[in-house]
Design a binder for this molecule. Structure first.
Ligand code: DGY
Length: 361
């Protein structure tokens, strides 16, 4: 096993073109004829290890977002793009990648994103050019469900306020009426979007003794019985839930779904949690709802924009807990996402079914 790894490594020369670019090329070939893939960030190595023998891999080898002009430059002439949710993959990127006759003979053969979300990719353009798109569902489901539960518990039990009290010295004697929160036992939880992640969250909720799980979405889920969830209207969910969780993907139809009207329908004791996309929420309306006591608390792992500016009014509230989009941030999930992205790319060049191809309507 170790000998094999060494042999593979020796077949590939790593060139650092600049402080930001890495290229993995064949050592022996004067002209490397392998297909080219561009990776837009430093990612867990598992994916790169799978690609580097079969592809010339060029990589934006930094932890910060690739600047737009570097993306346009890096994608030029590549056969495959390994991208992230922070990269806007639009017509300009596709144009920059391929030759003029791209609609007849696309040079870019696949775009694979290391994310389950794909709203950053212009799918209409990809479809027009017959470019298959890969994504990474399933492998991050449990990690994201776990983080959703963490936010829900932390927000409902007022952990931000409690920690601030300890650190700021306002923790007095044990007090029977101090720092009271809301528990899950006997609660009604409303999940907006009972997809992969919504369902996994519902499964986590059951052992906490919730009395009802209701959900809303475009259609009834065939998995609802697994968690004894009831399909209800969005309004019913807002009015009757103690906890409201945003677990649906962001589409053109649900931008700003959680707005002043939605918050006004929630219980004043409601806890709102969003681990999907910041675009689902009108943040000014959320701020007003939290500030005025219209709802009790909010936990957000996603915001608009990301990163959330440090002067955002949301950060002044002690009933609002904001995390930096870490839903899938476990070693296991991120490594699996990197691997699945690589496997999606590999499949295209081996004329196989992609393990996770996006079904573009
Ligand atoms: C995704 O993959 O879309 C997630 O938001 C990353 O955590």
């Amino acid at each position: 096993m170790i000998r094999l790894v060494i042999r593979h490594q020796s077949a590939v020369k790593i060139t650092r073109v600049s402080t930001t670019y890495l290229t993995y090329q064949a050592k022996t070939m004067a002209t490397d004829t392998r297909p080219k893939v561009f990776v837009t960030r430093r990612v867990p190595v598992r994916g790169i290890d799978l690609l580097k023998d079969k592809f010339v891999v060029s990589q934006w080898d930094r932890e910060d977002r690739i600047p737009r002009e570097e993306l346009l430059r890096g994608v030029k002439g590549v056969d495959a793009l390994f991208c992230l949710l922070t990269d806007k993959i639009d017509k300009d990127v596709l144009d920059a990648a391929g030759p003029q006759l791209k609609t007849i003979c696309p040079q870019l053969k696949t775009i694979c994103t290391m994310s389950v979300g794909y709203e950053h990719i212009d799918l209409t353009e990809c479809k027009k050019r017959n470019i298959p798109v890969g994504f990474t569902p399933d492998v991050l489901t449990n990690a994201t469900a776990e983080l959703t539960m963490s936010l829900l518990l932390a927000t409902s039990r007022r952990l931000k306020e409690a920690m601030t009290a300890v650190e700021g010295g306002s923790w007095g004697t044990w007090n029977p009426i101090w720092m009271l929160g809301h528990g899950l036992d006997g609660a009604t939880v409303g999940i907006v979007g009972l997809g992969r992640i919504g369902l996994a969250v519902a499964k986590c909720l059951l052992p906490f003794g919730v009395s009802r799980i209701v959900y809303s979405g475009n259609s009834q889920s065939e998995n609802e019985q697994e968690v004894n969830a009831e399909f209800v209207s969005f309004d019913y969910l807002l009015e009757n839930s103690d906890f409201i969780l945003g677990c649906c993907s962001l589409t053109a139809n649900n931008i700003g779904l959680f707005n002043a009207e939605a918050f006004s329908k929630m219980k004043t004791s409601a806890i709102f949690v969003n681990t999907s996309r910041g675009g689902l929420v009108n943040q000014d309306d959320l701020y007003n709802a939290l500030k005025s006591g219209k709802i009790a608390g909010a936990g957000l792992d996603v915001t608009t924009p990301e990163p959330l500016p440090t002067d955002s009014p949301l950060l002044t509230l002690n009933n609002c807990l904001v995390l930096p989009h870490i839903g899938s941030a476990t070693e296991k999930a991120r490594s699996a996402m990197s691997e699945l992205t690589a496997r999606n790319i590999l499949a295209v060049f081996e004329n196989k079914e992609m393990p996770s191809r996006l079904n573009i309507q």
